[in-house]
Ligand binder design. Structure first.
Ligand code: ADP
Ligand code: MG
Length: 339
């Protein structure tokens, strides 16, 4: 027998899962991104025991055609790109066709899905990469995925997971960021049957920020609304009195994508100038929109940094946007309707 052999799909998926699925939060991320790519406007996320026992995501998106359901769990199977030309105009969050095969390689998955046009829904159960059962079922339009016993067949991975609280924290951070990134989508997030996050999906960032940070915080913030030829900056930033002991209370989205950026944070900080006490930092949620050619979004999905081609302009714009917001007298509380 030859020494070199092509590995089975089952084994390949298990290895790929090591890269795609690190912890419950990465499963949630992949499945929420699939729901958003399917055009969902309502997404429910439910965890039991930090997601170690169960992760359930349901959406009201397009659903999957009956014949496509088993294919969706195959490696490199995607409806999002067809040829290499598509690679340079990706408009979806996913495109690699790796999430479903990877997740189902290391857990017990149940999917229920129905498209607008099909009379009945489809279900499929798959465990450790092996399909157990599939057929017709009653289902509402959209998709529901249940992931149980994550890493049940990869004990080394399972051991690496942290406490329920730590794992829950990772997922909560992610859901809160998505809620702020997509005020047009109604998110509901439950842990052990307790609701932790709920947004209305009415498209107003103000309401999403109030839902995530609380109304009291929002009352201490002003709206940011600034634009020039190249850049548009919108969001909320806190009055100097609303300050924090570390830098982690400013959230930035570039063209709708969450990023980490010292540059942007420093620009915000510079706008506050001496209005903040020493060693205290602002609170903000800001969306920056610009022509995609002016920003290099690292194509690796887990990389959160971006590079701007006109760094100085971006810095100056952000500083100007915050400065002008802090000068306005229109305080948010007056504009804050009942939420
Ligand atoms: P990718 O997102 O990279 O295409 P995935 O493995 O995450 O790969 O999903 C495979 C395919 O299954 C997707 O391309 C999509 O067609 C379908 N799919 C997955 N989740 C959903 C969902 N929630 N709603 C509709 N279709 C979905
Ligand atoms: Mg995907």
């Amino acid at each position: 027998m030859a020494k070199i052999q092509v590995m089975s799909d089952l084994l390949a998926n298990k290895i790929a899962a090591g890269e795609v699925v690190e912890r419950p939060a990465s499963v949630v991320k992949e499945l929420v991104e699939n729901a958003l790519d399917a055009g969902a406007t309502e997404i429910d996320i439910e965890l039991q025991q930090g997601g170690l026992e169960l992760i359930r995501i349901s959406d009201n998106g397009s659903g999957i055609e009956p014949n496509d359901v088993p294919t969706a769990f195959e490696r490199h199977a995607t409806s999002k790109i067809r040829d290499d030309k598509d690679l340079f105009r990706i408009a979806t969050l996913g495109f690699r066709g790796e999430a479903l095969p990877s997740i189902s390689a290391v857990s017990r998955v149940e999917i229920k899905t129905r498209t607008e046009d099909s009379a009945a829904g489809t279900f499929l159960r798959i465990e450790g990469g092996k399909v157990l059962d599939t057929g017709v079922t009653a289902a509402k339009k959209g998709t529901e995925l249940i992931v149980r016993d994550l890493f049940f067949n990869t004990p080394a991975r399972l051991k690496y997971l942290k406490s329920i609280q730590t794992e829950l924290g990772h997922t909560t951070d992610y859901i809160e960021r998505m809620a702020l990134a997509r005020p047009d989508v109604a998110f509901r997030f439950f842990h052990n049957d307790r609701m932790l996050v709920q947004t209305s999906g009415d498209g107003k960032l103000l309401h999403a920020v109030a839902a995530v940070y609380g109304r009291e915080i929002v009352k201490q913030m002003v709206a940011v609304e600034w634009q020039n030829y190249d850049y548009r900056i919108t969001g909320l930033t806190g009055y100097p009195e609303l300050n924090r002991a570390n830098r982690s209370h400013c959230t930035f989205f570039v063209n709708g994508r969450y990023i980490r950026s010292y540059q942007l944070f420093n620009a915000v900080q510079a706008a506050y100038h001496t209005r903040l006490p020493i060693n205290r930092y602002p609170v903000c949620v800001l969306h920056l929109e610009l022509d995609p050619s002016l920003v290099d979004v690292n194509v690796h999905p887990t990389k959160l940094e971006v590079r701007f081609s006109e760094e100085k302009d971006v810095f100056a714009s952000m500083q100007a946007a915050i400065q002008s917001a802090l000068q306005t007298e229109t305080f948010i509380p007056k504009a804050l309707p009942s939420i």
